[in-house]
Design a binder for this molecule. Structure first.
Ligand SMILES: Cc1cc2nc3c(=O)[nH]c(=O)nc-3n(C[C@H](O)[C@H](O)[C@H](O)COP(=O)(O)O)c2cc1C
Length: 202
């Protein structure tokens, strides 16, 4: 079973998606190749995806949907889709606490599969995805990745999710402190971070 992992993060080389893909590979026993959509030649990537038995899309939630780099790739792949239809699975992470935030983006991939005839495989939706790998709760992600890899290897479709086992209030307080301090490192106040034009002059 040959698997192609496609990293659809706009910050692919330094992305959380890269870390999730690497962690997934620790549990995958078959042949696997990983490509970054941001860097690759789209025609070559479409050909690779078309030749794989399975494709795992690993990407972040962006504005409740798919990052543009992934959307563009899917459009190109749809146009060049051949006879072979690989099973497409999803490993998505989002910044917010709730893994359910990822639902619409997963449905977008499901629709892609319906329109192209590719079987839709398994899903792992991660909430608190920016943070969880740097906390003691990272083992929860490892468990779900092992389940995802096992299901994909057996050709079974599972839908999994994971987040930090803390209250939403605690998550909100911790993340607010984190981002406020992050802003301070770049000379930005909490009030400035709350404005729409925070990127002005950066
Ligand atoms: C432009 C932008 C839009 C985002 N939109 C959302 C969103 O709608 N919901 C959410 O929970 N997280 C959102 N995030 C947070 C990312 O999903 C999160 O930081 C993720 O871990 C990034 O993964 P990556 O490093 O693989 O790109 C957004 C981040 C950026 C930069």
């Amino acid at each position: 079973m040959n698997l192609l992992i496609l990293n659809g993060s706009p910050r692919a080389p330094r992305s959380n998606s890269k870390r999730y893909a690497e962690a997934f590979c620790r549990y995958w026993r078959g042949a696997v190749e990983t490509e970054h959509l941001l860097r690759g030649d789209v025609n070559a990537l479409c050909a690779k995806a078309g030749a794989a038995d399975q494709v795992l899309l690993v990407f972040p939630l962006y504005a409740d949907g798919l990052p543009t780099v992934l959307l563009s790739f899917l459009k190109a792949w749809e146009r060049s889709m051949g006879e072979k239809k690989p099973t497409v699975s999803v490993l998505i992470n989002c910044g917010f606490y709730e893994p359910e935030q990822n639902r619409v983006a997963v449905d977008m991939v499901r629709l892609f599969c319906k329109q192209t005839g590719c079987p839709f495989g398994s899903v792992l939706a991660i909430g608190s995805g920016e943070a969880i790998l740097d906390t003691p709760f990272r083992f929860l992600v490892g468990r779900k990745l092992r389940k995802l890899a096992g299901a994909m290897a057996r050709g079974r479709a599972v839908s999994l999710q994971c987040t930090m086992p803390i209250s939403k209030g605690m998550f909100l307080r911790a993340s607010t402190t984190y981002w406020t301090r992050y802003g301070q490192r770049f000379g930005r106040t909490a009030a400035e971070l709350d404005t729409m034009d925070i990127e002005e002059g950066t």
